[in-house]
Design a binder for this molecule. Structure first.
Ligand code: CUA
Length: 393
């Protein structure tokens, strides 16, 4: 429909077009018969007005063809409309079995919804993905309310003491008005909101964020990795010390001998300063070639970078160098945060032989994801046994 002159609301559900087609045909038929009957009435009123010179003899008592003519076509048309409408009508009230349920409570004067699959609750808002059927189970806590989304051509009353159901499948992403269509008291006109139809991807993000956002939920480590890539830090900072720059792998907690003669521990504050004013924090044996990021990174971004650098391991140098290299790949490729657990497993299991941590102790690498997967199995007696077959030592 033309946006400047919208005769009908958006067609945003699978029912919308069917309903509109039926409504259009009923309207056209109604207009046709109204014009025909009213036209005839006006014509005859003028023709047989008082004093007109026309034949006023009475006609025959009946005309079988005329009577069939005005009975049969309207009957066929009426039954035809009924047959055509009954299918979508029955459909609307019979949700497909795979429809996901949303529980809707109407109360003066708001709509409260709960997604039964993910448990997310919403007030006067409903977020759903397009292209998937949803079944609404409606009830009212007080008086009768009407759940109506014009863009979906979907309306169902929420009754006190009785569950009603209806379903729909949205076809158009965007924001669609929700109304209450039973006069339910003082703020009836305020009782409404919006249905947000999201793309399946956005809906997944929305569910992941527990209904708070459609923005990707990014961990600081992931955000730091993105920045690290974007700023091309890896051009100089590789997995091993290079001629241009020291490696950042296993940096946190290590002693650093600086060119100004001091020795510092590479803690969060040191890393932050080294990113912001590298010239004052150059390691012995290197030249001050790194640009300052004082002006183009905010504190959040610097913190993200620190979190990523920490995920590359802490203080102790990697004991199994070949393994570390093979995870990062040749040519100084970046290690994805997703692989961090893998490296930690190598580090964790290697160091555990020298320095067995107490059972259930926190992982030795603070600030990085807990190792998962192929950690050597721990028997009930607390004795570590090598992981079968695939031992990497
Ligand atoms: Cu609820 Cu009107």
């Amino acid at each position: 429909m033309n946006n400047n002159f919208p005769l009908l609301p958006d067609q945003a559900s699978t029912f919308a077009k069917q309903v509109d087609d039926i409504a259009l045909v009923i309207t056209l038929l109604t207009v046709f018969f109204t014009v025909a009957v009213m036209g005839m009435l006006v014509f005859l009123a003028i023709r047989y007005r008082r004093g007109s010179n026309v034949n006023r003899e009475s006609s025959g008592s009946h005309n079988i063809y005329l009577e069939i003519g005005w009975t049969l076509p309207p009957l066929v048309l009426g039954l035809g409309m009924f047959a055509w409408s009954v299918k979508p009508y029955a459909e609307v009230f019979n949700p497909p079995p795979d429809a996901e349920e949303i529980f809707v409570i109407g109360k003066r004067w708001m709509w409260h919804m709960q997604h039964t699959v993910n448990g997310i609750r919403e007030n006067n808002e409903l977020h759903i993905p397009m292209g998937r059927p949803f079944k609404l189970t409606l009830i009212s806590q007080d008086v009768i309310h009407g759940f109506y989304v014009p863009d979906f051509r979907m309306k169902r009353d929420a009754m006190p003491g009785q569950f009603n159901t209806v379903w729909f499948e949205a076809t158009k992403p965007g924001k669609h008005h929700l109304f209450c269509t039973e006069y339910c008291g003082t703020d009836h006109s305020q009782m409404g909101g919006w249905v947000y139809v999201l793309s399946p991807q956005d809906y997944n993000l929305w569910v992941k964020s527990n209904g708070t956002s459609t923005q990707p939920v990014e961990s600081p480590v992931q955000a730091g990795f993105d920045l690290y890539t974007q700023l091309a830090c890896a051009n100089c900072h590789k997995e091993q010390d290079s001629l241009r720059a020291p490696t950042l792998y296993n940096l946190p907690g290590r002693y650093r001998n600086l060119q100004n003669g001091t020795t510092v521990i590479a803690d969060d504050n040191y890393i932050r300063k080294a990113i912001r004013v590298p010239d004052e924090n150059v390691l012995q044996g290197y030249s001050p070639t790194m640009p300052s990021y004082k002006d183009n990174l905010d504190e959040q971004q610097i913190h993200d970078l620190i979190m990523y650098i920490k995920s590359l391991g802490n203080g102790s140098p990697p004991p199994v160098k070949a393994k570390v290299g093979s995870i990062g790949g040749a040519g100084g490729t970046l290690r994805q945060p997703g692989n961090a657990a893998k490296l930690d497993t190598v580090l964790g299991s290697a160091s555990s032989s020298a320095n067995t941590p107490a059972p259930n102790s926190p992982t030795p690498t603070s600030g990085s994801p807990a190792p998962t997967g192929s950690l050597p199995a721990e028997s009930p007696s607390g004795v570590r046994t090598p992981a079968g077959g695939s031992s990497k030592q």
